[in-house]
Ligand binder design. Structure first.
Ligand code: SAH
Length: 401
């Protein structure tokens, strides 16, 4: 097959040689022949050394997304190999999971493609034109690989406009159930896959739910930003005395309360509609001669990303600091703060600095007792920094008296 060649400017190849798949339009010297948007091109450095093949899109800032370092055909066979390798990785590192992210774009060498598996239902997102054009082929292969009951498309994310793609939300195969019941670590969750957050519910904390629950035996627990109650329900099952979940979404809180009943945990866990900032402020405000008495053994903070870009990092850090300050005041000496940050723009070190600044202001000494990252179905490739986004820590609030 005759491929157009994208030639890079001098000095632009190193990142790609190291394994990063994005070629920015600003790195391109010229094309040797015109290429259609969505077509496969080959990429070479200024000395004509092959760097790989990938999808081209002149409308995107990421003009080429590399798929392979060799000059392989990007055909059915190629996708079959990549999807099988992705499934193999999940079987290897999450052998007991039945719901997981099957394909996580760059981390599975398939830039522009996300596939989540919720039991027997698959949900697909394509964020590049090249991948979007190959949806029928991907659907065909997913059917062969996993025999799902249905495959849905959740392409209603804003990022598609950067590739010149419209938003769309549809059933690509089979019949979509109105509600999908899935198991995470043996607990039942229901996901509204057509309308829910992201592709339905968060799968990236699957391993951390179980890990944080280990701290909850016999504890009074507060789960902030609880969504469907992932942390709260795991804590309740692990033997927490009482768990209180907070989320501002009425729909999420209603579902979480139903899930508490469904899992036989309603005697120990309840969810409340609240703005976490306001709620924590209310609980930590004291009159002139009042002393605040901490009541929680464990507080979990798993907020949404407060930043979408680098420019808003400072505001985000203020938000992170505020919730940590207030949470620390409410944790008993010897208790645990389990805290997460899912913003790619706030790295592990910066995140810990914010926690420590809050500890300083509240005169708490923290002992770090665990570090967390995203579940293994969201693999991290260090050469592609964008693949790492979720970090978390558990700290014991030390008894210093
Ligand atoms: N811990 C959850 C994921 C949390 S995602 C899990 O593991 O599934 C972030 C959640 O925070 C969303 O459910 C959103 O509704 C909620 N949220 C965002 N801002 C909030 C605020 N200020 N107060 C309360 N909830 C908020």
């Amino acid at each position: 097959m005759n491929l157009s060649t994208v030639l890079l400017k001098p000095g632009e190849a190193d990142r790609l040689v190291a394994g990063h798949p994005w070629v920015y339009s600003s790195s391109i010297l010229r094309l040797t022949a015109p290429a259609q948007d969505g077509e496969v091109v080959q990429v070479k450095d200024h000395r004509q050394r092959l760097l790989g093949v990938g999808f081209y899109n002149s409308r995107s800032k990421i003009a080429v997304r590399l798929l392979d370092r060799d000059r392989v055909d990007i055909n059915k066979d190629f996708f079959c190999r990549r999807l099988a390798a992705a499934l193999e990785h999940r079987k290897r590192y999450l052998p007991l999971a039945t719901s997981f992210r099957l394909v996580n774009a760059e981390s599975d060498l398939l830039s522009g493609l996300i596939v989540d598996k919720y039991g027997d239902v698959l949900v697909l997102q394509t964020s590049s034109l090249g991948m979007d054009l190959r949806k029928p082929l991907i659907v065909e292969l997913l059917r062969e690989l996993l025999s799902p009951q249905a495959i849905l498309e959740r392409n209603d994310m804003a990022g598609r406009k950067f590739e010149g793609l419209p938003e769309s939300n549809s059933v690509l195969y089979g019949e979509a159930p109105s509600e999908t019941v899935i198991q995470l670590n043996g607990l039942e969750f229901t996901a509204d896959l057509a309308e829910g957050h992201k592709t339905g519910m968060y799968l990236d904390q699957q391993a951390n739910y179980a890990a944080v629950a280990e701290f909850a035996r016999g504890a009074v627990v507060l789960d902030c930003f609880s969504f469907l109650g992932g942390f709260a329900l795991h804590a309740a099952r692990a033997g927490a005395r009482h768990v209180h979940g907070l989320d501002q979404s009425e729909a999420a809180v209603a579902t979480a309360n139903r899930l508490a009943v469904r899992n036989g945990l309603a005697d120990r866990v309840e969810f409340e509609v609240a703005n976490v900032f306001d709620w924590l402020k209310g609980k930590t405000s004291t009159g002139p001669n009042e002393r605040l008495v901490p009541v929680y053994d464990v507080i979990i903070l798993d907020p949404p990303s407060f930043t979408r870009n680098r420019a808003s990092v400072d505001d985000a850090l203020r938000g992170y600091k505020e919730i940590h300050l207030r949470a620390l005041k409410l944790i008993k000496p010897g208790g645990i703060l389990a805290t997460f940050c899912c913003s790619h723009h706030v790295d592990r070190q910066l995140f810990e600095e914010v926690v420590l600044a809050a500890a300083f202001d509240t005169h708490r000494l923290l002992r770090r007792v665990a570090s967390f990252t995203q579940s293994a179905d969201h693999p991290i490739i260090p050469a592609i920094p964008e693949t790492e986004y979720l970090k978390g820590y558990a700290y014991e609030v030390m008894k210093t008296g």
